[in-house]
Design a protein around this ligand. Structure first.
Ligand SMILES: N[C@@H](CCC(=O)N[C@@H](CS)C(=O)NCC(=O)O)C(=O)O
Length: 208
């Protein structure tokens, strides 16, 4: 049985979303970040960074949400959540995931870090302006690459879509500082991807 350690409304939601898309059987174990559960010794053995999500499957322990989603896609090939090895679609899939994690999410995360997540002595207010500029530039690039396509890779919904949509949702709807996604095609893409039933199921499951 696949075990996922996570917390509602965090990056573990994207992992549950992938599992729901794949129709997988899994156990969800809540790690209460607020109560410091991620910093307890037993959990640190799974995730030395004291973060969620973590996956445990047989002997494998895996961290990093994009790596976990890709693993799930590979485990359930019929889901087509991840394109086949050695295909050009797989290369584009990797490109899309790396772009989402390093260009979009990292800039968004920098804003959050310098607003509240870092210890006070490491927060630099000007970094919020810099990260906002970086995020907006990345959004502009994303809009051009997306064009009028339905999905990021070929004709199928993949984990690249659910990872990217989780990040865009955070930008557009997260916290007090919701922001415009600057481009109609990006706004429409997000609405389309978030309307999938598997996403609704994932959000319900993490409340259990
Ligand atoms: N790059 C990691 C980031 C994981 C991460 O930052 N998780 C947050 C929740 S969304 C967390 O556990 N934060 C707890 C903390 O930083 O103390 C991933 O994508 O899995």
């Amino acid at each position: 049985m696949i075990k996922i350690y996570g917390k509602s409304g965090t990056r573990s939601t994207r992992v549950l979303w992938a599992l729901e898309e794949a129709g997988a059987d899994y156990e969800f174990i809540t790690v209460d970040l607020g109560k410091g559960e991620a910093k307890q010794d037993a959990y640190l053995k799974l995730n030395p960074g004291a973060k969620v999500p973590s996956l445990v499957h047989n002997d494998l322990v895996l961290t990093e949400s994009a790596a976990i989603c890709t693993y799930i896609g590979d485990l359930f090939p019929d889901s087509k959540l991840v394109p086949a090895y050695n295909s050009s679609e797989r290369a584009i899939y990797n490109q899309s995931c790396y772009f989402a994690m390093t260009e979009l999410e990292q800039a968004l995360w920098s804003m959050a870090k310098h607003r509240f997540a870092l210890p006070k002595e490491f927060r630099i207010r000007d970094m919020i302006t810099t990260a906002t500029y970086e995020f907006e530039k990345a959004l502009d690039v994303f809009s051009v690459c997306l064009g009028d396509r339905e999905f990021l890779v070929g004709d199928n919904f993949t984990c690249a879509d659910l990872i990217t949509a989780s990040i865009l949702k955070w930008a557009a709807q997260g916290g007090k500082r919701a922001r415009s996604l600057r481009h109609d095609n990006v706004e429409q893409y997000l609405g389309r991807i978030l309307s999938r039933e598997a996403f609704v199921r994932a959000q319900a499951r993490e409340q259990d």
